[in-house]
Design a protein around this ligand. Sequence first.
Ligand code: ADE
Length: 233
Amino acid sequence: MRIDVVSIFPTYFDGLTLSLLGRAQSTGILDLSVHDLREWTSDRHRTVDDTPYGGGAGMVMKPEPWGLALDELAAPAETVSETPRPTIIFPSPAGEVFTQATARDLATREHLIFGCGRYEGIDERVFEYAADLGEVRLISLGDYVLNGGEVAVMAMVEAIGRLIPGVVGNPESLVEESHEDGLLEYPSYTKPSIWREREVPPILLSGNHGAIATWRHEQQLERTRQRRPDLLG
Ligand code: ADE
């Protein structure tokens, strides 16, 4: 999968070279490039924002650098006759909420472009223009406001990236996670079996795999009922 990220703070994404996603880049499973939006400015101050038409607080990101960035990154490769159109994602508190289902859907795409807005947002015409180049999605990390899209994109790239086949060494570990079956994950324990007078639930030491599976499922249901009743519908 190819992922391009455009931001005025590209160093935010240094962390994506670590751990599993770092390895996926070294092995070629993931082709991740982070770009500085200011590369597509031409004035001395490398300006990316301006005051809003109609007045109001804050600044709005100018359309010109975004247009040039999208032209370059979303352009079909000349060598390939049928390059798929990219999915162009703008993180926004005004977008659809990102879930594990969103991550699963986006993990099947060949090319994702993330455009990180800052300030009061990006000139609306950029979204219209982007729709000519690919499928545009406005996606929110949750019902709260961040200072910009960078943290949201970090979270999305990690959630999507780990679902690409080969990124997580043991694919079975993906199956039993929270949200994969609509429930929260069961509790986990490791050695020692008694720690500071707290015992591991004896069933887990019984060797009875059927009984352990039943217990874990009950724990999933109980946790989900307590913490996230909304998931049970
Ligand atoms: N940018 C600012 N707040 C955001 C949020 N909640 N999700 C995605 N992008 C954002």
